[in-house]
Write a protein that binds this ligand. Structure first.
Ligand code: PLP
Length: 423
């Protein structure tokens, strides 16, 4: 008996009662290895004593103070920490409560930036077909997952989709990785010209695609070319690192590995490591100055933005990550982690591709390795894999994403950064 509307009305999930390190426990005492951090959230694992202490300290000071009246020490400290370590050019932070909120805020910042600059005609958003940017209406509009969008389509804002950079599926046998990356990026220029060279406000993309394609990083050179195109046509580049950011790929931000700096960078998940709901938008000095020298405010805001408890948790998580050198540790473990997955699955006739960066790895499942034929969607393979793994005390994150309109199947692994070889 439950009064909660759970994710599925067909079954009530086990009750989580305790978390410790890489493990979660349910009310029946069953232990689960959290090999996906929930949804790439729990970067420090569960029950980290220093984060719990920081939360207690903040609770003793002040739990909540509305941002229309006050700022807080925790929020100020978090913003300073983030900007200290941010890609050069990002100068300010806007704190929200999660990933979808961060994407919504970034899209509205992009729009208001062009209003401040007297370019109100810039209203188009370009995004990619294999992408997920959140479930609120604006963020869902930005995403390309047909299955998630379908029934809400009449409510979504208009966006324009181009192909992703997804070599396993779309690189031709006659072209090199660089040629493919260039070809994929050129679709952005074509789309901008189709919509009108001064009509587009932003292009949004995940540097490593998570929930829709299972840890797909773009080929080398793709984002460099994307940055050039955005600069050429005055289009803002929004990189969504809600899932792949905060050290998950072995550098604090995934875009560092692509050698690009966006105008707006969205983060969440690993920012607070699941200890509190928190997300953020990092924005460039140019955007900040446009607001500061223009209307003087960003016309947005949520009741719980920059929540002191959430900010205190995030400061503690980020301090532990830094002190314990966990991001370089993730980078150093990538080849071991990948090798182990290859050893376990490469000979399976249903594993088409193993990919990803750092502690953000994806396994693509196919019915036929040669033709890369996807499984029949009605098999609901992702649900069955999840349930079978749970039965065996393992949390992995399988998804039925889309591969050009059809449902594809992937399993995402995103364990806590504290995972050891001996685990
Ligand atoms: N953006 C990306 C890339 C995501 O992976 C997600 C969630 O999986 C979101 C945005 C939405 O974040 P949230 O679920 O915290 O609203």
């Amino acid at each position: 008996m439950t009064f909660l509307l759970h994710r599925s009305t067909e079954n009530t999930p086990p009750v989580a009662v305790k978390g410790e390190g890489i493990y979660l426990y349910d009310s029946k005492g069953k232990q689960y290895i959290d090999a996906c951090g929930g949804a790439a959230v729990s970067c420090l694992g569960h029950g980290h004593p220093e984060v719990l202490e920081a939360l207690h300290r903040q609770l003793d000071k002040v739990a909540y103070a509305h941002t229309g009246f006050f700022t807080s020490e925790a929020a100020e400290e978090l913003a300073e920490t983030l900007i200290d370590d941010a890609p050069q050019g990002l100068s300010h932070v806007y704190l929200v409560s999660g990933g979808s909120e961060a994407v919504e805020a970034a899209l509205k910042m992009a729009r208001q930036y062009f209003i401040e600059r007297s370019e109100p005609q810039r209203r188009h958003i370009i995004t990619r077909r294999q992408s997920y940017h959140g479930n609120t209406l604006g963020a869902l509009s930005a995403g390309g997952n047909e299955w998630r969008r379908a029934q809400f389509a009449p409510l979504l804002i208009q966006t324009h989709h181009i192909s992703p950079c997804y070599a396993y599926r779309f690189q031709n046998s006659t072209e090199s990785a660089e040629e493919y990356a260039y070809r994929a990026a050129q679709e952005l220029e074509t789309k901008i010209l189709e919509l009108g060279r001064d009509q587009v406000m932003a292009f949004i993309a995940e540097p490593v695609v998570g929930a829709t394609s299972g840890a797909v990083a773009a080929e080398k050179g793709y984002f460099k070319r994307i940055r050039e195109i955005c600069d050429q046509y005055g289009v803002l580049l929004i990189l969504d690192e809600v899932m792949c950011g905060m050290g998950r790929t072995g550098t604090l931000y995934a875009c560092e590995q692509d050698g690009v700096v966006p105008d707006l960078l969205t983060i969440a998940k690993g920012l607070g490591g699941g200890y509190q709901p928190i997300g953020a938008v990092l924005l460039s000095k140019e955007l900040y100055d446009a607001f500061a020298n223009g209307s003087g405010f960003f016309q947005h805001g949520h009741t719980y933005m920059a929540h002191p408890m959430a900010a205190a948790a995030a400061v503690a998580v980020q301090n532990v990550l830094k002190r314990d050198q966990l991001v370089p540790y993730v980078a150093s473990m990538e080849s071991y982690f990948k090798r182990k997955i290859h050893e376990s699955f490469a000979n399976s006739s249903y594993v088409g591709d193993i990919r990803g960066r750092g502690f953000f790895l994806g396994i693509e499942l196919v019915e036929d390795k040669v033709t890369k034929q996807t499984f029949d969607p009605s098999l609901n393979l992702h649900t069955r894999i999840k349930q079978e793994a749970l039965k065996n005390g393992l949390m992995v994150y399988p998804m039925g994403g889309t591969v050009d309109g059809k449902r594809g199947h992937h399993v995402l692994l995103a364990p806590p950064f504290t995972l050891k070889q001996s685990d």
